[in-house]
Design a protein around this ligand. Structure first.
Ligand code: MEV
Length: 314
């Protein structure tokens, strides 16, 4: 608090979708995510107590914010947020909240603006809020563009993270021009319980570990496909990844319906994020028809732009 002045500081972070490898990445397996042109913005200024959008905040109900304030040793702060990322949709709203809040406070209090530190704080917030997490979502919302985890021979190594369940080497990865359509089921799903569901399944059933190993295989094949600009094979690996996630028990009828509908005019389709509702993605060169297919099957379609920047002070 002491270092704050009368200024307002604002930061914006992009949303993201996971192209390949969600859930398995929690256990240190490889994964890739792309930042998208949906965003979460956070403004902060010094206040008399902690408030969120003009109302006193009960931090116990906002674990991401609680963790960021505690890591940055800040109190009595006004936080204003706005976002076009649907919350609980698997598109990174909580990761983008954490990274934009962390960056805005660092800027306001003249702390180090190192992106690795912002990614680390945001990962800790996500881990605390979910009970278990990988650094994939928070690193993608912080660094933008394409982020790969535990993939050798990626372009630039960014940082490393470690927890009892996994070790993660986080890198930037080049992603070829591709068109994606997102289909939102309209069902909000909390990541924490889905991550916990997979953990229990894995703990009690050897078969779940085999499925996670298969997710690792299709993810690595998909990464090779991107390197070779082979969208046909990448699409097949995305669809295979969806089937494996369904076997893990994190899909639902609504997601399966949208994936099946989108597949007809796509190279491949899969759920993205934690599942249980939220969103699916389709890789296609016929976005209008896929949007229509998604709409006809009860989903809300978005054609998104990838390759966008990470957290930025505005
Ligand atoms: C959620 O967007 C992605 C998961 O793999 C959880 C995580 O990586 O923290 C399900």
């Amino acid at each position: 608090m002491n270092d704050m002045n009368d200024d307002i500081s604002t930061a914006v972070s992009p949303g993201k979708f996971i192209l390949l490898g969600e859930h398995a990445v929690v256990y240190g397996k490889p994964a890739v995510a792309l930042a998208i042109d949906m965003s979460f913005s956070c403004s902060v200024s010094a206040g008399e107590y902690n408030s969120l959008n003009g109302v006193p905040i009960d931090l116990s109900r906002h674990p991401h914010i609680q963790c960021i304030l505690s890591r940055l040793n800040v109190n009595n702060i006004n936080i204003t947020t706005w976002s076009d990322i649907p919350s609980g949709s698997g598109l990174g709203s909580s990761a983008a909240l954490s990274s934009s809040l962390d960056a805005a406070i660092r800027n306001l209090t003249k702390k180090d603006m190192d992106l690795v530190e912002i990614a680390r704080d945001s990962f800790e917030a996500e881990y605390y809020a979910q009970g278990r997490a990988s650094p994939l979502d928070t690193s993608t919302c912080t660094f933008g563009k394409g982020v790969a985890i535990n993939v050798k021979e990626t372009d630039t190594h960014l940082w490393d993270a470690e927890k009892e369940d996994g070790r993660w080497s986080i890198s930037k990865t080049k992603v070829p021009e591709m068109t994606f359509v997102i289909g939102y089921t309209g069902i909000k799903a909390s990541t924490g319980p889905l991550v916990e569901k997979v953990r229990k399944y894995k703990e009690h059933n050897r078969f779940a570990s085999d499925v996670i190993d298969e997710i690792e295989m299709v993810t690595m094949q998909g990464i090779d496909d991107m390197r070779n600009d082979d969208v046909v094979s990448l699409g097949k690996n995305m669809t295979a990844n969806h089937k494996l996630l369904s076997i893990l028990g994190v899909s639902c009828n609504e997601l399966n319906k949208l994936v099946n509908a989108a597949e007809r005019h796509s190279y491949g389709a899969k759920l993205t994020g934690s599942g249980g509702g939220g969103c699916m993605i389709a890789l296609t060169d016929r976005p209008e028809i896929v949007c229509e297919d998604i709409r006809l099957h009860g989903g809300i379609p978005y054609t998104v732009k990838t390759g966008v920047d990470g957290v930025t002070i505005i």
